[in-house]
Design a protein around this ligand. Sequence first.
Ligand code: IVH
Length: 680
Amino acid sequence: MSDPARMSEAEAANRLMRLAREIARHDRLYHDQDDPEISDAEYDALINENKAIEAAFPHLVREDSPSRKVGHVPSSPLSKVTHAVPMLSLDNGFSDEDVRDFVGRVRRFLSLADDVPVALTAEPKIDGLSCSLRYEHGQLVLAATRGDGTVGEDVTANARTIADIPQVLEGAPEVLEVRGEVYMSKEDFAALNARQEEAGGKIFANPRNAAAGSFRQKDASVTASRPLKFYVHGWGEISAEPKPTQAGMVGWLEHLGFPVADYFKRCDSVDEALTVYAEIGAARAGLPYDIDGVVYKVDRLDWQARLGKVAKAPRWALAHKFPAEKAETVLEAIDIQVGRTGKLTPVGRLQPVGVGGVIVSNVTLHNFDEIDRHRLRVGDRVRIQRAGDVIPQVVENLDFDAAREPYPRPAECPECQSEAVSEEGEVDIRCTGGLICPAQRFERLKHFVSRGAMDIDGLGEKSIAEFLELGWIEKPSDIFTLKAHRGELLGREGWKEKSVDNLFAAIEARKGFDPGRFLFGLGIRHVGAVTAKDLMKAFGSVAALEDVARSEEAMARLSAVDGIGAVVAEALIDFFHEAHNREEVALLLERARPADYVSDVQETAWSGKTIVFTGKLEALSRDEAKAQAERMGAKAAGSVSAKTDLLVAGPGAGSKLKKAEELGVRVMSEEEWLAEVARG
Ligand code: IVH
C-alpha cells in the first residue's frame, strides 16, 4: 500500500474510488455468494488502507465509502426486516498494544483515573453469521440476519429449525432481542461437504460459508437438514435490563436457555484479558468450531451506554484477531499453469492438511523465484499458511538446508511444448506458443468475452471450453461465425432454443462495439482497459493504431501519447509485428466491425478556455470537475494566471480567489458552473 502522506489529492480520490468498488465486490462475493476470493486478512488490509487514506484526506470520504457501511445488504429472495436496534460490527485489533490502546481510549473517554479498574469480558470470536432473535412475551416472533446493520433478512422459519435456539422463554421481559452467532462445527462442515460432493451439490469453502449458505435459505426445510448451531453474544431491544453488567447479562441469557461459548470470562484487567486470549489461541486448533479472534467488551453496562459508538462499531468492544493459521505438510508435486499471456505459474500440490477447519491441498507458488527463495523440491516438508480463507501459501521450507539441486526452470510449455523463455529483467517465464498453445487460446477467448472487454453475456467459461473442444472456435474471430453451428448446437445437451438465441443475440449485439474495449479484448501485453481507451482516443481506430505500430517511427509516435510509455509501445510493436496477430485482427475487424472512437468533447462557449477549480466543491470531486471541464472543450489548470479565463470557487477558497480578483478573472460558484455545464 502506498503511503497516504505521499499521495496527491487526485491519487487519493482515485484509490478511494477503486477501494470502494473493490470492497463492495468482495462484500457481494462473501455475503451473497458465500464464495470469497480473498482471505479475511487481505480484506482487512483493504479496509485499513481505505481508513488510512480517509484519515489523511477527510474531505474525500465518499458517500459509498466502506467505512460508512456496517455490513452488506444481501440480494436474496428473503424479505427484509428493519432492526429495532442496529446490529453493529466490531473494531479490530491485532496486537497486545492495540488492546491496551483500546482500554486507554475507554479510560480517556470516561475520564477514569489510572487506578480505577476497567473490567472486561473476553470470549471467542466465532466465525459464523450474526442473528437477532426477537421474543415477545417469551415467544420467538422474528429472527433476522444482520444485513447492513440496519436492515437484515427475515429468517424466522429457518431459525426455528435450529435446536440451540429456544422457541419459548420462561421469565423473559416483554420484549427481548437476543443476538448471537449461527455457525457450523468443523466436523459437521466436513460431513456436509462430503454429502454435497456425492450429490453433486455446492461445495463450501469453509464452515462460515456453509453456515451462511444453509441459514439464508428460502426453503427452511433445507436449513433443517443442515447441522447449524448457535451461541449467544449480546442483545438488542430489551424492555427491562435485569443485570448491570455484560457478564451478568450473559449469565442471565444462559439461564434462559441460550448456549454461551466456552472460555467466556469476566476479567479484572487487560493483563487477565490477554491471558484469556493466549489460552483461547492455544486451544483454537482443537476447538470444534472456527474462531478468528477474541472479543473484549467493557463489563459495566452504564459505561457501555456512555461510550456509545463511532460510525459502525461500539467504543466499548474490540475484536482481537488471531494471526493467520499455519500447518505442516509435504509438497507432493509442482504443476505448471499457463495464463493468457503465456505466463507459467507454478502451483504446489500438497498432501492434504487441515488448516483451521479447511482442508488445503494446493498452494500458490507465485513464480519460479519464489521456488528458489524457499529452495523448494518435490517431497519437501513445508509450513503453509492460510492467510484467511482462500489462497494458502508456503511460509517456510522445513527441508531448506538439505543439499539438493535447485528445481529446474521449465524450458518448454507443459501444454504445447513450445519454447519457454524469460525476458531480461523479468521474473516470469513465458510460453512462446501464442495462439497454438491450447491453454493460452482458452484464456484469451475468456478474456475477449470478459466483462471489461467485449462483455459477451452467455459465453461463459463452460461454453468456451465446450466450443473449443468441438473445434468450433479457436480464436476470438471465430466467435462471430459460431452461428454456422446453430443446428448442431441445438442438438446438444443443455442448449435450448432460447439459450442458443440469447447467445447469438449477445454476440450480434457486440458488432460495432466500443473500440477501446475491443482493443483491450485482444489481450496485448501491458494494454489494460484504460491504456486501450487512451490509445483509441489518440488514434481513433484499431486499424489506425496498427498503421502507427508498423510505421518507421512507431516508438516515437506511440510514446508521444499521454499515458503511454516505452513498455506499452514496445508491446504494441511486437504484437503487430507478428503476421498471425495481424491476420486475426483483420478477421476480427471485418467480422466485429468495432466503431471508431467518438470523442465526448463538446463544442461549447468554453472551448479552448482555461478553468481553475479551488476551494471545497460540494457536488463534484476534483477529478470529476476537471473531466467535466474537458468535456466542455476547456482546459483545467492548477493555478491562476493572466491566462485563466474562469475560476470556479467553492467555500474556503483562499489565495487563488484573491489572485483571480486582482487579475480581474471571472469567478463563479460551483452551482453557477453546474448551470453552465447543464447548458452545454
Ligand atoms: S459482539 C456490538 N461477540 O463478529 C458488538 N460478535 O466482526 C456486536 N461475532 O457481527 C458483536 N463472535 O457476527 C460479538 N463473541 C462475539 C462474536 C461476535 C462473533 C461476530 C458478529 C459480529 C462480527 C463483527
